[in-house]
Design a protein around this ligand. Sequence first.
Ligand code: PLP
Length: 905
Amino acid sequence: MSHPAPNQGLIRDYELPTPEPDSPFRPRKPYRFGTLCATVDNPDQKDQYGSSSVPIYQTSTFKGVDGQYDYTRSGNPTRSHLEHHIAKISSAGHAFAVSSGMAALDVILRLLKPGDEVIAGDDLYGGTNRLLTYLKTHGGVVVHHVDTTNPVNLHKYIKAGKTAMVLLESPTNPLLKIADLATIADQVKQRAPDALVVVDNTMMSPYLQRPLEYGADIVYDSATKYLSGHHDLMAGVITCNDDDLAKQIAFIINSIGNALTPFDCFLLLRGVKTLAIRMDRQQTSAMSVATMLDRLGFKVHYPGLTSHPGREIHERNADGYGAVLSFTTGDKALSERIVGATRLWGISVSFGCVNSLISLPCVMSHASIDAALRAERGLPEDLIRLCVGIEDPVDLIDDLEHALLEAGAITVSAGADQHQFVRATVPRGGASISRAVEKLAYNEHSARKKEDREWFVSAPGKVILFGEHAVVHGVTAIAGAVGLRCYGLSSPRHDGKVALSLMDLGNFSHEWVLDDLPWDAVTSIGVGDPHPDALDQRLVDAIQQRGLPLNIDQNAQAKAAAVAFLYLYMVMTHGGERPSFSFAVRSTLPVGAGLGSSASFSTCAATALLLLHQRISLPPLPEPSRTPDEHDPGHVHVSHEGRRALPRQVAEEVNHWTFVAEKILHGNPSGVDNSVAVYGGALAYTRPGFGRKSGMEGIQGFKSFRFLLTDSRVSRDTKKLVAGVTAKKLAEPAVVEHILDSIQSISNEARRALGDAELPRDALLSALAALIRENHAHLVALGVSHPVLEAIRTQAAAEPYGLSTKLTGAGGGGCAVTLIPDDVKDDVLHALVEGLTSSGYRPYLTSVGGSGLGVLSPYDPANYAVASSKREDADQQPSLREAFEAKGIEELTGWAEQRGRWLYV
Ligand code: PLP
């Protein structure tokens, strides 16, 4: 320390129990603190064998009736040694060791009664704040938070007979604000003599500050910190001088049973022996670090700096400046990058360890304080806290400088002294010189690994053909892929950004600078490794809190989609490779109509990301054996019965990741929508837990057929509809059970018919028409239809159409499906479509049972021969992006199909 504070290293007026060669010629001097710390000796508790280290009395009870100890909750010899030692180094008459710092505060706060008032600081440790808030709401205690840097601020709250406690921290954590302990204690005693002045001394330890000497009544420390020094135990210590107070504290500890265990007492005693030597080293290094940051122009909070407003008062309070400091950078993202870029400084909450730690209090130790309250109390979101350890200070400073440089907070001076660092100017948005360097490196890297291809992918939505609602009660449902699809197009870019545009979700679009994403929260998943069952909630939260544009809250669907997209992108990023690209999404499916639009989006996003991260690859195409025919777009897919050009493993990998995205979007999805979107065709699904064979089974040999899907445009509340059926089942169990049984028969029959390769097509379609009518009638009986759905059904059933319609999905609005037999003429169909449109509905002529996931293969049919003979040019196709974004939604599918050879699952 460059400016030694008064009393440094000296403990006054303490009766030494330790042996000292006294002599008449040389009067005995009190031992200095370091000696006291290292010398554990209690004359009243001599060890029977003269053991040099205090033994661990690992016992819960003691034999006999009148011994000094009977039960370890009330007393234990190892704890007595520790408590004696703590009292000795704290200028205290009494000391108590409990299970944590918070346990210590809990014991102290139990001295309060309902109606008592507490005055506490406004920059307290988050846990202290939490416990006080708890007492306020549950214990009838009134708590006033004030800025304790000026004793006068307390005056208006100090009331004789009311104020029972004044709770202080100095320096505060993490802003290192200083309170004048002696003055406050004095003024409190004058105005409210019964009020207890309590000091949390954790930041200083008894080595640097002993508030009992300044009139505090009770002092406590989280001994988890400096007193133990090694982050290998949790403990709290309480000290006081008043005998009555000590009796009350002992009573509380014995009553609630939170005294420190013998083993932890032993560990703590061992730690305390080196307190002085650790603290000396730590605070000397802290001063060097603070000076370095200060010189670079950061706003540094450290009472050792001459610029610190509380320095003089601190020097009166304490014998040193401590080893915790904090600084701001002006930009939260920059602070996050600095914290993430250090190597030697461990990212961790807590402090007081021999190892140096770095943290962002607002995200870590003080996250329990509400963000608005943090702002009110002036706790900057970009604040970085440093807790300096005993490593060589040269290494610590070197590591910090590297992190600052890497994060773009400082740069190498352009002046004469090339080794000098200077603070980098941080333009709005946090761009920096070093980031530009990173980008350069990124570009070099991507140039080496050329991935200049667009990926054009698509996936279908789903309709529930039979069994909706009943499925909740264990009945089998039949779901099929619908011909309406979601399309995703990824286009490469080389600027370290990723963009997402969701044209059919309120035209949402956003670009992210890759470095600004919350990478600190990612646990990436190795190529080929599965995503764990549970989502990484930390990453979801980090994306929601730090990865989204501010205005996205107004667009809930886009927000959910963006979170799922970024989540997949980030966890798939492995080995430092961060593809830069734009991903545009369009959907011919109505969104939010119960047609699996989110699963089709998730499938497109997962597929494009897997391709971009090179986690899946397409099978090589066979060489063309003939010159392409202009009428043949090389479309290998004919229908779902046709060739399966995308291998099973690719489909499985995509399905796995699509399910992850669906979990982000829906919490607990059944897996039906994503399976239909990936595999296409149709499947039968039975929920587990109803005694039937549960699970999902594809219906083999499913034939695609035409459907008219009509969106009633009446939105519905699925949960309410499902709850309604459940309530009905409770009220009329026999009626509902009968309906459920009937629907199970319908599903069974539909499943048999759909999978029966021998059944003539017209017989299949008329069987389905009958099942549709029957199933709809049951849904009406369950009370989930809606007048608009009935109107659509009547319109399609009327002459000349005579078609069968049922609601699909939850009902209560949403969509209806109308089966279109093969012989229905186009003009008849168009008349129906027009009629429905003019009634205000939105009809889509589509099919059911078609393809699942599709990927446009890299070949352009127009260039097919050329491309295959000049392989290196094969990827050099003109970008599809402009046309993709410009096409009208009705033309999109036709246009997409014409782009080339699609490979389907
Ligand atoms: N007081 C301060 C100033 C602290 O920093 C902490 C812990 O970080 C505590 C009290 C609580 O101590 P413990 O974690 O040991 O319960």
